[in-house]
Design a protein around this ligand. Structure first.
Ligand code: GAL
Length: 394
């Protein structure tokens, strides 16, 4: 295990074992104390099938949250947060090996780009020219391009370096997506920083610049289960979405272009609702999604950081707020997950709806939807968004 020299003198270079008892990888229920010494520790995670070395960073936050992140797709492999008694559990879905991600990955914990979510038929028109993308997904037998195509940003090994500032620690990821990558125009230079603060906030800062106009819609696809990875479904989690409207979809999970109020429907999460409470309602949208797999238009569309969602699980007390500068959020409740997907826990598998994702972004298919906020980045402009996942327990 390599010790990482951080730029700030405030953050000690320590190995995981030396972190004052904050972190011990004993699995669910291990105790986590507050007031940890923040650190970043790097060690090899494995190799891609084409032989690239994949590094794992362990970020230990001063508030006690610990995350293991790999430079392959910027994936969060493990995320330990305290419950209301201070016991920590890994609350995210992932795999213990690179090959797990390469063979059967539902985008667990990944950075998603160049375009998070779907583009209808893998086609869009920009400045009079039609572009064709790989159609790597076809819900309802209607092909679309999903999460950047056949090789999205989740499948790149990113350049990475540790960060520190005050008592926060982090990782800076950079990569260049070449002109024509997956059919998209322009060379796109992308920087994503993950920060873990003493207040147990995981802050993600996205930046990109291009040399030709191109759609950009970056997001993070972490799956949460506050009871712990492979500990049943998320149907009992209580969700709040700060969104009075959503974008209904076709059976291909492509927005129809309408933006409709959620009031009086199973999509109204403006007050906390158990995810399972209305999921089987007689509702065409729920049938198309196989449950919740939709995009909500956030009430805050100012571009300033504001609450988008809150999630609570009452047996553990785990609570999280999602804040973002983005105008929309995809809530996906793991409808495509099955018990064929292995867990990180030996001998165990996941289950249908064993995790949920809250993906901050612009709405799906925006390049083909004139009434949605634009996702087109032009040369000279800088794409900049911020999302925070704020962890706690009550
Ligand atoms: C989500 C999407 C789902 C599914 C999932 C990956 O972002 O909304 O429909 O494709 O990614 O399995």
């Amino acid at each position: 295990m390599k010790k990482v020299v951080l730029r700030s003198a405030v953050v000690a270079c320590v190995t995981v074992a030396a972190v004052t008892g904050c972190y011990s990888d004993k699995g669910a229920g291990a105790k986590m104390s507050n007031g940890c010494e923040p650190s970043v520790v790097v060690k090899p995670f494995g190799k891609t099938k084409d032989g690239q070395l994949v590094q794992q960073y362990t970020l230990t936050g001063a508030g006690g949250v610990v995350m293991d992140v790999i430079d392959y797709g910027g994936k969060v492999v493990r995320l330990y947060t305290p419950d209301r008694t201070g016991a920590k559990t890994d609350i995210t879905l992932g795999f213990n090996s690179v090959s797990g991600y390469e063979t059967q990955d539902p985008y667990f914990g990944s950075l998603i780009g160049r375009y998070g979510n779907r583009i209808a038929n893998g086609k869009f028109m920009l400045d009079g020219k039609t572009y064709t993308l790989p159609t790597n997904n076809s819900p309802g037998d209607l092909p679309c391009s999903l999460h950047g195509g056949n090789k999205g940003f989740d499948a790149y090994v990113w350049h990475s370096e540790p960060l520190s500032e005050g008592k926060s620690v982090g990782i800076k990821f950079t990569m260049t997506s070449p002109d024509g990558d997956q059919g998209y125009p322009g060379k796109l230079d992308v920087t994503v920083c993950y920060w873990l603060s003493p207040a147990n906030v995981w802050r993600i800062e996205y930046e990109a610049v291009t040399d030709k106009a191109t759609p950009v819609n970056l997001t993070q696809h972490l799956y949460f289960n506050f009871k712990g990875e492979a500990e049943g479904t998320i149907l009992d989690h209580e969700l709040t979405l700060f969104a009075d409207q959503m974008t209904p979809v076709t059976k291909g999970l492509i927005p129809t272009g309408k933006i409709v109020p959620v009031k009086g429907t199973p999509f109204d999460f403006t007050t906390p609702w158990q995810i399972g409470a209305r999921i089987n309602a007689d509702n065409e949208q729920l049938r198309f999604g196989g449950g919740y797999d939709h995009n909500w238009v956030l009430n805050n569309r100012s571009g300033k950081l504001a609450p988008a969602a809150a999630l609570y699980e009452k047996t553990t007390g785990r609570y999280m707020e999602v804040w973002t500068t983005e105008p929309a959020i995809q809530f996906y409740c793991g409808n495509f997950l099955t018990d064929k997907v292995p867990s990180k826990k030996p001998g165990r598998n996941l289950c249908h709806r064993g995790g949920l994702a809250l993906e901050t972004q612009h709405s799906p298919d925006s390049p083909n939807q004139p009434d949605f906020p634009s996702t087109i980045l032009r040369p000279g402009a800088v794409y900049k968004t911020v999302t925070e996942y704020r962890f706690g327990a009550k």
